[in-house]
Design a binder for this molecule. Structure first.
Ligand SMILES: [Zn+2]
Length: 275
């Protein structure tokens, strides 16, 4: 589940390594994962275009190509971009591959096939599903405290869900929602409407602190394997049963698979309601 910190590092990496390169050839292996929103043949149309730059908007990676084309990736849970030599073994879930003019390949892979890629004319950006439904970007458009509080009021339900859905702020997913709530000392299942002024203040500070720290760590650790997620440095997410870095108590796990919530019962007190 690439989230804003992961995509930020991937975007910068691609700007260093793939900006200006020409797409010489394309191959689509899983046609359903690539939505072409314009009546053209992707393989023919993309060949000969060059990458003008890479950017990020919330949980989307945007690749701008020459002559008014864009390739967008919404990786959801398991989508990933790989930049590698053509001889690198093709993983089973490779959706498409682009041969680049420096001899490398850019591939899109997705283990669960829940993510989506879109090939569009640049003018069609607003037609891309989910892109426009996202809230302000959590890194590029982070609100001051009064706007933060005001914006949050429009959202109901448990605070973790409000953060991870991305309509309040775009770019936080399941993992970093756990991380920011731990840093703020807030119970993940607390209702948004029940948060105190102090908790709102802590959350407002925790979000940029946690994300910028993660970006710094990821820049050090990601290397060339941008398709592999680095998550072992997180404080609580994915750390169920391990000691809390703050109090030493056991980190609790709720849920399963890709929807795990991890938190510390001592540092993030609250009542879990059965339903
Ligand atoms: Zn703790």
């Amino acid at each position: 589940m690439p989230e804003a910190p992961d995509l930020e590092v991937i975007k910068d990496f691609l700007n260093q390594r793939a900006k200006g390169l020409l797409v010489e050839q394309a191959q689509v292996l899983k046609p359903l994962e690539l939505r072409v929103l314009t009546p053209i043949d992707f393989v023919q149309d993309v060949a000969g275009r060059s990458f003008l730059g890479f950017s990020r908007r919330g949980k989307f990676l945007l690749m701008e190509l020459s002559a008014e084309r864009m390739l967008l990736v919404n990786p959801m849970l398991t989508g990933a971009i790989q930049l590698c030599p053509p001889s690198t073994r093709l993983v089973k879930r490779t959706s498409f591959r682009l041969s680049l003019s420096n001899g490398k390949e850019l591939r899109y892979l997705d283990e669960t096939q829940m993510g989506m890629a879109y090939y569009i004319e640049s003018s069609q950006l607003e037609e891309v599903p989910r892109l426009g439904e996202q809230g302000p970007d959590v890194l590029d458009q982070y609100p001051a405290f009064p706007e933060f509080k005001q914006g949050l009021r429009r959202f109901q339900g448990e605070i973790k869900g409000v953060l991870a859905r991305g309509q309040f702020l775009a770019g936080i997913g399941n993992a970093y929602a756990d991380e920011v709530l731990f840093a703020a000392g807030i119970f993940p299942f607390k209702k948004r409407s029940a948060l105190s002024e102090e908790e709102l203040g802590s959350l407002h500070l925790a979000i940029p602190n946690v994300l910028h720290h993660a970006i710094a760590v990821l820049r050090e650790r990601t290397g060339d394997d941008i398709h592999l997620k680095v998550r072992d440095f997180l404080a609580v997410h994915g750390k169920g049963g391990s000691p809390c870095p703050n109090c030493g108590g056991n980190i609790t796990t709720i849920g399963a698979n890709h929807r795990l919530t991890n938190y510390c019962r001592q540092c993030q007190p609250g009542m879990l309601l059965k339903n």
